[in-house]
Design a protein around this ligand. Structure first.
Ligand code: ZN
Ligand code: CA
Length: 378
């Protein structure tokens, strides 16, 4: 077996080992301890931040660093440690040229393919004794629960202003350079209860108010950059009671902050006017879940990623996404961050899988990102 084959097998074994460690969101202790051990063995300084205390789960984000010898800008490699459910007792199965779960659980390539690639790249950098600048690693908790871990990251502990998140489902070579801002909207419509047969005129029908408001809303794909949805509506107590209370939950997303603002205002205006018309009262909470980001052509994070993609023989593909990831949060902290395609497939399902060749490609990509960044991004 050649050395590159040996490396290759090591990479696959690392991935199989990671997916066998249970780490559903909120239960990241075991994998955090394992990874802290691996990072320390690489000679990194490892710190577990306060996110475990803030979130009440007991496990924080891992922040690790190598000072490096070269005076080039620091960069940070990021992946999340948690998985969705059903994610306990994952038994990986190699079928043909891909790795699946046994079918009872997810696989957890989201995001352990990213973690495996980072560990591989760091080990290889060390083994080949490559001179590099400051390299940091952040392994987050609670990503699948609304980016909770990165939101409570002790961000001042991260020195890098350039970041690479490994958590997009795109092909290896995909560089997500633009992500949306998202608002969550929660509404309670307060009408007035009355007997439906005896004195309905004394009631205010909260279901009807909500229906009118929603029927008047523009939802779905608003334009090329903006989407909106009402996802939950709950209310009413009995057939013969004019319903007093309705709960509505929805969202709006846009790549452009002003468009998100306009769409959110439109939805709230519909609710307000339907309520006013009927004499109902609405309580509205609109909350920004994560900020938007956009990287510009030629800026260091993007230039490094593109050069690294070319060096592994692929063509970089700049893309935008409709979803949120740790990249939104890091960019919000001023760490210019690209989200890299990990080529994980059918994520969040029992059919989740990843091709062996993509694990290798991704690992080579992260290794090359380290090389290009060490050359000062050239
Ligand atoms: Zn993920
Ligand atoms: Ca996910």
């Amino acid at each position: 077996m050649t050395e590159s084959n040996g490396f290759y097998q090591e990479m696959i074994d690392q991935f199989l080992k990671l997916v066998r460690i249970d780490s559903v969101s909120g239960e990241e202790r075991e994998i955090a301890d394992y990874l802290a051990g691996e990072l320390k063995e690489l000679g990194m300084e490892v710190f577990e931040d306060h996110a475990g205390v803030v979130l009440g789960t007991g496990t924080g984000n891992l922040i690790a660093s190598w000072p490096g010898r070269l005076e080039v800008p620091a960069f940070v490699l990021v992946a999340h440690m948690d998985t969705v459910v059903p994610g306990k007792g994952v038994t990986p199965v190699i079928k043909g040229d891909a790795i699946y779960s046994s079918g009872d659980t997810i696989l957890g390539a989201d995001d352990k393919a990213g973690i495996a690639a980072i560990l591989y790249a760091l080990r290889r950098i060390r083994k080949e004794n490559i001179s590099h600048g400051p390299i940091e690693v952040v392994f987050t908790v609670g990503e699948e629960q609304g980016l909770e871990g990165s939101k409570s990251l002790e961000k001042d502990r991260v020195k890098a202003r350039i970041g690479f998140v490994l958590d997009s489902s795109g092909e290896v070579g995909t560089l997500v350079v633009q992500g949306p801002v998202q608002n969550q909207i929660e509404v309670i419509v307060n009408g007035k209860a009355a007997h439906a047969g005896i004195n309905p005129e004394d009631g205010i029908n909260a279901i009807q108010v909500a229906s009118k408001a929603i029927a008047g809303m523009q939802l779905g794909r608003i334009d090329g950059e903006t989407t909106a949805n009402i996802g939950i509506i709950q209310g009413g107590n009995a057939r013969n009671i004019v319903p007093e209370r309705v709960y509505i939950k929805g969202e709006a997303r846009s790549l452009v902050a002003e468009k998100l603002k306009a769409q959110t205002e439109h939805m709230l205006e519909r609710l307000d006017s339907a309520a006013r018309e009927a004499g109902a009262v609405v309580e509205i909470t609109a909350e920004e879940l994560y900020p938007a980001f956009q990287l510009e052509a030629g800026e260091p994070a993007l230039a490094i990623a593109e050069e690294a993609v070319r060096r592994i023989g692929l063509t970089p593909s700049r893309e935008k996404t409709g979803g949120g990831s740790d990249a939104n949060i890091l960019n919000g902290y001023g760490i210019r961050t690209v989200n890299l395609g990990v080529a994980m497939r059918q994520v969040h399902t029992r059919d989740e899988h990843v091709f062996l060749k993509d694990i290798k490609l991704l690992s080579d990509l992260v290794y090359n990102i380290c090389l290009v960044a060490s050359e000062g991004g050239r």
